[in-house]
Design a protein around this ligand. Structure first.
Ligand SMILES: NC(=O)c1ccc[n+]([C@@H]2O[C@H](COP(=O)([O-])OP(=O)(O)OC[C@H]3O[C@@H](n4cnc5c(N)ncnc54)[C@H](O)[C@@H]3O)[C@@H](O)[C@H]2O)c1
Length: 457
């Protein structure tokens, strides 16, 4: 899929046409090299696998590298481990003979570009853990080739690309901007969200130099509908921090207001719905059992760490973290107040949001822990999570049957998967505690208690 220089010019025109403001920067660094056609993606998780498959669909030859051999083996057999990616998509990828999943870093040698999508979690002291990024750079040693473009997609604090990645690559003998190109693009994928395809989500991009930026604009312009070039990699990194800190802080505001609404018997969901009718200046955020996943609870703390290095205190982030972190205990407390006799519950959904199989940082785990350590007999059902481990104790997802419901005092909805059978629960449970407002508009035999709803236990 090599592009002619005529195609390159039409691509450049399209980008400048879509984003004439900042896109104008590109005029200073015209794309002169031929189209890119071979890509390596490092880290085939929630971000890397959909990205790899997307580039494949766009005609690229894609090598996916993952250190987890069980993932590589599953992919080689045509089996997916992500709910968003069906097996037949993996099967088609393998049959295309343009996709290879491997743990062998020599696969990057024949690529035009290498995109890094490894985890960026927190250390136990809440500081950035860039261990995965360091390992990737070490493993790339001896395999990177002159002229390649390296793109970081993992979320991190502003400065990571230049202060952490660039020196590690230059130690390998390259001059970034001359014989190796380095860029950053924050990943905005929203697993479980069917409203936007990977291609439709605009890609913010930047490079360490103008030549680096021109190369990522070219590469991503071949695969995404909208490419948004910004002036520096720090700007692109800060975009991701802003987006997720914005959610983090606004969700904490809703969680704070929830306490007031529950006390004065005002339905917070109704309040949010009515406020959302304002045509400007208001964006809705919703309460829940807490925040989870590897983005919203993590990225603001990356930013907070960076600010601390600059002797700047981000007190709003600190306070938001405190408020969000107390939600699982609050919800567990509400459930404990409902329990009277047998003290047994069935929890529906343990993932941190709907339609995914990811339990990282999920508030449901903390709620199960609190209930369990308070002597409650807890069982759970999650169509995406067959088993979980809590402090060495294994729990297996039980069937959602009338028999199971007859054995428990009540049901707790912590995740509103699309397949959640609300009516079935309301017809067969004695009571339902609903932390997601999934039961609004339904009625049945069960008494309903909604987090943030007017009726409290
Ligand atoms: N999950 C999301 O919704 C989401 C959204 C936007 C951004 N992000 C960011 O994207 C990055 C990746 O997140 P994710 O959710 O895809 O993580 P993930 O854990 O699902 O996937 C990461 C993959 O990298 C692999 N890996 C780890 N070290 C490796 C190495 N040295 N070499 C090769 N493979 C290696 C792991 O085995 C894993 O399969 C993080 O920075 C995250 O914050 C995630």
């Amino acid at each position: 899929m090599l592009h002619t220089s005529k195609q390159d010019h039409s691509l450049l025109h399209r980008l400048i046409h879509v984003y004439p403001g900042k896109g104008g920067l590109l005029l200073n660094a015209p794309v002169e090299q031929p189209g890119l056609s071979k890509l390596s993606v490092i880290g085939l998780g929630y971000v890397g696998l959909p990205l790899a498959l997307h580039f494949l669909e766009k005609g690229f030859e894609v090598r996916g590298i993952d250190s987890d051999s069980s993932k590589v083996e599953a992919l080689a057999k045509g089996v997916s481990y992500l709910p968003d990616v069906p097996d037949n998509q993996i099967d088609a990828a393998i049959r295309s003979e343009r996709f290879l999943a491997t743990s062998d870093y020599s696969a990057v040698e024949n690529s035009d570009a290498v995109v890094i999508c490894v985890p960026t979690p927190l250390n136990s002291d809440h500081t950035p853990d860039l261990r995965y990024l360091h390992t990737v750079c070490r493993q790339l040693g001896g395999h990177l080739q002159t002229g390649q473009l390296v793109v970081l997609e993992s979320s991190s604090y502003p400065g990571t690309t230049k202060e952490v990645l660039l020196p590690m690559l230059e130690q390998q003998g390259f001059r970034v901007g001359e014989d190796l190109f380095l860029a950053y693009s924050p990943e905005r994928i929203d697993p479980g969200n069917k409203a936007y395809t990977v291609e439709q989500i605009p890609k913010v991009v930047s490079g360490v130099t103008a030549a680096c930026r021109a190369r990522i604009v070219q590469l991503y312009g071949q695969a995404f509908e909208h490419v948004v070039p910004v002036s520096s990699t720090e700007t692109a990194e800060m975009v991701k921090m802003l987006e997720n800190t914005y959610r983090f802080v606004n969700i904490s505001l809703i969680h704070e207001l929830l306490l007031v609404c529950d006390s004065i018997h005002v339905d917070l969901w109704e309040v949010i719905r009515a406020a959302s009718t304002k045509p400007y200046g208001f964006s809705p955020f919703f309460p829940g059992p807490g925040i989870g996943g590897h983005c919203i609870p993590v990225d603001p703390l990356y930013l907070q760490w960076k600010a601390k290095q600059l002797q700047i205190e981000l007190s709003l982030i600190a306070e938001s973290e405190r408020i969000n972190n107390r939600m699982p205990e609050y919800v567990a407390g509400e459930i404990l107040r409902l329990l009277t006799g047998a003290r047994s519950v069935l929890v529906y959904g343990v993932t941190y949001k709907r339609d995914i199989n990811d339990v990282r940082e999920s508030p449901a785990l903390r709620i199960l822990e609190v209930l369990s350590s308070s002597g409650v007999n807890v069982r759970y059902h999650d169509p995406y999570v067959p088993e979980i481990e809590l402090h060495g104790q294994r729990f297996r997802s039980v069937d959602l049957s009338e028999d199971q419901l007859s054995q428990v005092e009540g049901v707790v909805i912590l995740t509103d998967h699309t397949v959640l059978p609300v009516q079935f629960l309301l017809d067969h449970a004695s009571w339902v505690y609903d932390a997601r407002n999934a039961t609004e508009g339904y009625s049945g035999e069960a008494r309903i208690f909604r987090l943030g709803g007017r009726v409290c236990p």
